[in-house]
Write a protein that binds this ligand. Structure first.
Ligand SMILES: [Zn+2]
Length: 75
């Protein structure tokens, strides 16, 4: 089971997600690098003291990339 970091669309936090499927590798002309999209499931995460974010949905995300943002999330 492979896990990556993504941004939660609901609370905007950097959260862990489990990779469910991986698509074909694609060349991104804007960054000049290769990346791979896939479907991930957001794992349950906290957003504060004793508060959980309810968003554990499946989303399309970058699961492999040569570039990361300043938080270490693949872009
Ligand atoms: Zn969230």
């Amino acid at each position: 089971m492979e896990e990556i970091f993504v941004y939660c669309k609901t609370c905007q936090k950097k959260v862990k997600a489990m990779i469910l499927t991986k698509h074909e590798k694609e060349y991104d002309k804007t960054t000049g690098s290769y990346k791979r999209l896939g479907i991930v499931r957001i794992l349950q995460h906290t957003i504060g003291f004793r508060k959980n974010c309810e968003d554990t949905s499946q989303i399309k995300a970058i699961v492999e990339s040569e570039t990361k943002d300043s938080n270490g999330v693949m872009i």
